[in-house]
Every structure is written in C-alpha cells, then in structure tokens.
Design a protein around this ligand. Sequence first.
Ligand SMILES: [Zn+2]
Length: 515
Amino acid sequence: MRELALCASTIDFEFCTHFNVRFTVSEASLLDLIIKKVRVVRPHQEAVELLDLGIKDGKFVEIAANISPSKGKEIFDAQNLLGFPGVVDAHMHIGIYQPLDRDAVTESKAAASGGVTTSLNYIRTGQYYLNKGGPYKDFFPEVLALSQGNFFVDYGYHIATISAAHIDEMPMLFEEYGIRSFKIFMFYGGYGLHGLSDRQDLFLMINKEERYDLAHFEFVMRGLVKLQQMYPQASDRLSLSLHCEVAEILSAYTKIVQQDPNLTGLRAYSAARPPHSEGLAICIASYLGYETNCLNINLLHLSSRKAVEAALMMQNLFPHINFRREVTVGHLLLDTNAPAGQLAKVNPPIRSRADVEYLWQAVLNHQIDWIVSDHACCSAEKKVSQKHPNNVWLAKSGFGGTEYLLSGVFSEGSKRGMSYNHMARLLSWNPAQRFGLDCKGDIALGYDADLVLLDPRETFVVRASESQSQQGYTPFEGLELTGRVKSTFLRGNLIYDKGEVLGQPTGRYLLTSTK
Ligand SMILES: [Zn+2]
C-alpha cells in the first residue's frame, strides 16, 4: 500500500502504471502474509507443532511445515515463539467507570497487549455505564455508536435485561444486533454494587413498583426460551449468564462483619460475601433453569470451592442443562493476603489461598470451561475513598486485568502442569464456541488470523506503569509471571509488537444481525 501511494503521487507515471499492473497480477495469487516458525498451539491437539502460517484476506489459508517465502507479500519471522489463537476474553466491562468511547480505546489497547483479540463485554442500563435507564432500542445503538472505531480488537456485547420491558426486547436485540447472551446479576435488587445498600430503583433505574428479584430472573429465563423457540437453528448459541450471589446472605453477613474489628481488608470483604452465598445462588439459578427449561446456563466467575462444588452438584442433578463454568484470572492469581488490599476489591470477592488452589484443581480437572479477566477499568481516584483510602467498604468493585490474562494463566498453569493446548481451549476455543463466534478460537484453515506470539521463557514483573490501561494501578503489581506476549495479530494485521500497540483501532463488531 505504501509503495502504491508514493507511486501515485510522485513518481514517473509510466513506471507507476507498469509497476501497478505487474503488482496486481502477481499479487492476486500471493499470500498477504506468511508468519514463519511458529510453535503453534491448537485447542484440539495434544502437542505443539513448528509450522508456518499463510494468511490472506484476514484468514488462515495455508498451514504447513514450510511455506516458501516467495509465496507471500510479507514475511514475519516468529523465531520459534509459541503461537496461541488470539484470546477471546469473554467477560469484560467497557465504559463502566469512564466514558465508553474513551474506555474502549485504552482498555482494548490493554487487551491487544495481552494477546486478546476478541473482547466480549457485559453491558446494562442503570448507574455507571451510560448512566441511564430506558429501553434497549434507544440505549444499545448508543453503545454501538460509542464503540465504533474505538476498539483495537474485535468486540461484542452481552446484555443484562434489567427491567421487565427489557425481556420483551430480547428478540429485537437478537434480530437487529445479533445479541446471543443475556445476563442476570443475582445479588442486585437487595444489595448494592459496592457493598452498600443503594436504593435499587435508583441504582437500576427501573420503575418504583418493579422488582429485580427471583421472579424477574425466572421471566428472563422464560424470555430466552421463547427466543430459542422462535429461532431453533440458533438455539445452541443462545445462553444466559449469571452472577451468582444471594443478596440476603450478603446483607446479613456484611452487617456482622462490619462489627468485627478483627476482620479488615480483603478478608473482611470475602467474609461479608461468603462462599455459600455463591453456592446457594447457583442452586437457585439451576432450579429455575430446570423449571423454565432454560438449558444454556453460564455460571460466571466462580470464586470458591463451595461455588464450584455447588455448580458440579447442579450438573449432576440436571445433566440435561448445558452449564458452562467460568473463573477469572484475578481469582486464580490473587488471594486475601494480596498486598494490593482494597485495590483488589471485586465481586465475588478474592478468596483464601485454599479456594485459589481448589479453583486451579478444578481447572486442571476440566471442570472449568473458560477463563476470563472480568476487566473493569476503575482508576485509583475512583477505586478508593479519598478520605478513607484503606476502607474496603468504601472502595469500588472491579479492576482491570485483560492484559495479564494469557500470561497469568500461562505462568501459573504451567507450574501446575496444565498443557498449552488446554490453555488454548479455555482462553479461546470454548468461549468462542459458546457465544457463536465461528471464525474465532483456533489456528485453522478458514478461521480469522488472530494470533498471539508468546515467549515461554521470558519472565517479567507486573508493573501498572507499563500497562496500556488507563487504570494507573493493578492489584497484580509486583507479581512475577513467566510467559510474555511479544506480538498480537488481529485478522492478519499486526496490532501489538515490541511493547507497542500499532496503528489505529480496527476492531469490528462481531455479532451480525440475523435479518
Ligand atoms: Zn463482570
């Protein structure tokens, strides 16, 4: 492209025409890019293979042990680095604590720097995000307009149906915008986002007479089932995600814990939102799924042994329900002794080391379907109370971490004997499949050429100052990780290399309308 532009504007026209013609004819058959010497990690294999990858029109079109350099317009030497499929971070929040258009730019840069090429974001009406209620027919086009041209990686949305009227909008969201997954925050309705009892009608911006409660959750499930009946061919790809914590348990335990002077920081927050609240919520959600015949259920960010055990009990009890079980990299890397303290406040809370090790065991036992970041960029000024910076109750929930998702899983997973291929399944293939992203999640012919090159030997210490994120701190500060992302390709374009995010945002909205 560069030569053509130069040619057209400055140089001798005859040469230019000649050059153009020769270029076009021979170019048609050439690959756009050959990435040579990649130790390719594929989700369905049990080993890593040294291969060359031929890319054309943004897709992998040739995968072979040796592709002749003469077949490509451009060559990139991967120098025997590991090549994972671009990571599908299936649980992020863009635009929660800063304007969505700005957040999309900085946080998708962070994603690209961590090897993430697909960002799936949970969005809802109410406080934070666009800070308004109302129907999705007005709200969601605004979300898309703010997203367009601002993402460095491909993106999509999951939508939380907050008001009763939103349930009626589910078919419209699917038909117009390709939305396939919906969300319920089980603890809203009786408990605030940050552990304070906000007025729910104000927080969720729903009518005073409406309730965001178990009955609402039931009707969301019935709404999804109705949508599946309307579109049986898409039925497998339509699913419901749940944040499983029970408001009543959180409220009662928060009061108890706040009066206990021996409990502070992350330990206090974990005790205020105890693991059995997750377990109970999972049981309720599963029974409602059974009752309503809502069979594609994603249990989000299981944080504790009790949560995973409850999820497995429900799988045994209701074998016909297609459950997916999610964990976050935060819950796999941090425990309640993390030096970050209230900077690591998140829902569900960071748990004890015993819970962390149990989660890893569940990952290794193939009881977990995918790992995500739950990235929610919350700058330090917003995160903690300026007056009482050490007060965990006043701190906001959530933090970023998409940039450490692959390296974090690689580093800690490798220590525990997790195979690279298993990592590729949990970080790319499984979420892509569940959410209907048929061109994502594998390094295979016809798939989008999303690739991340990782140096398995390079060790680095996490420093927020080196992150692309706007957050300014990280609860992972000071962690030593082995396995560093060197380069990221999005549909064959190099978007991150040698520590820099390159070019302009070229991310595409992935969920196409069914019309
Ligand atoms: Zn989340």
